[in-house]
Design a protein around this ligand. Structure first.
Ligand code: GLP
Length: 281
């Protein structure tokens, strides 16, 4: 992580083993703007993807959706298109990823489904076979069974290697809504008002159209991953990001369970980082 390969352009601040608490986060990177942040994350992801190509059976990647991730997928696609065809074909052949979550009750082909999001932002521009990109089914007679089968499928693959995470304004990760216990596993979750409000932008700002439930990987699967990149951007996330450092670990702040993970890297911009205490000393 320490190397210059990360790309330090516009890096305002980086620190490992924050003084705030034991080994959390393992490292924080604060960039001046979203473009520099995306490039830096992609530098790191590119290196990880190259390493995976050398492994016999690399663990799946854990992927997130949401507005935070859009510029990152865009930058990642752009970068991977600079790879040689041979190298890229190998990457696509050996690709295996599990998405964090999916709405229940909308058609998989609906433009608002996370499946459509992943096709648009990653699979289609890269030419990635959808079978290699696992996402829970949004339309099923038995969502609980689908959640269990998704969890079992992930377990058969050995769990997540690198997990990418965004952060909800109410402190959720994936769709693990507060209150959420540390051992909650993949399941059907009722979405909170705050989350439905946050995601209404994709539904013509009509709250009534935002699905009431979703399937999400749980804190258990997230905390079982080898490494976590928590990516947080924008002023509207500054308060909840600082809560991660100052609030007690609690079910009411699902992301606070990340403090129990030893390999969390926080990637953020200066707006989102503006309220984190004691950072600049
Ligand atoms: C959503 C998703 C998460 C996402 C988070 C942040 O509701 N379930 O996977 O990371 O909330 O979303 P955004 O990046 O749009 O702020």
């Amino acid at each position: 992580m320490e190397s210059d390969l990360l790309g330090r352009k516009n890096l305002l601040y980086t620190k490992s083993n924050s003084k705030c608490m034991d080994n959390f986060p393992k490292r924080i990177f604060i960039y001046n703007d979203s473009a520099s942040l995306s490039e830096a994350i992609v530098n790191s992801l590119e290196r990880k993807l190259r390493e995976r190509l050398l492994e016999n059976s690399p663990k799946p990647l854990g992927l997130a959706t949401g507005r935070t991730m859009e510029p990152i997928y865009k930058a990642l696609v752009r970068r991977l298109m600079t790879w040689s065809k041979v190298e890229r074909d190998k990457l696509l052949d050996t690709w295996c990823s599990f998405n964090l979550d999916e709405y229940i009750g909308i058609s998989a082909n609906d433009s608002k489904s996370f499946r459509s999001y992943m096709i648009k932002n990653l699979a289609s521009p890269l030419g990635l076979n959808l079978e290699k990109l696992k996402i829970p089914l949004s339309q099923t007679d038995n969502p609980t069974e689908e959640a269990n089968s998704y969890k079992n499928q992930l377990n058969r693959f050995g769990g997540i290697g690198l997990q990418l995470l965004g952060l909800g304004k109410n402190g959720h990760i994936g769709f693990n809504e507060p209150p959420c216990e540390k051992n909650a596993s993949c399941r059907v979750e009722k979405l909170s008002f705050s989350t439905r409000e946050q995601n209404a932008y994709a539904f013509h700002c009509d709250l009534n159209k935002v699905p009431s439930h979703a399937i999400t990987l749980g804190l258990r699967e997230i905390l079982d991953s080898d490494e976590i990149y928590l990516i947080v951007t924008g002023k509207e996330k500054s308060s909840i990001l600082s809560d991660l450092f100052i609030s007690p670990v609690s079910p009411n702040l699902p992301a606070s369970w990340l403090r129990f993970h030893k390999e969390v890297y926080i990637w953020t911009d200066k707006s989102a980082a503006s309220e984190i205490p004691n950072l600049w000393h």
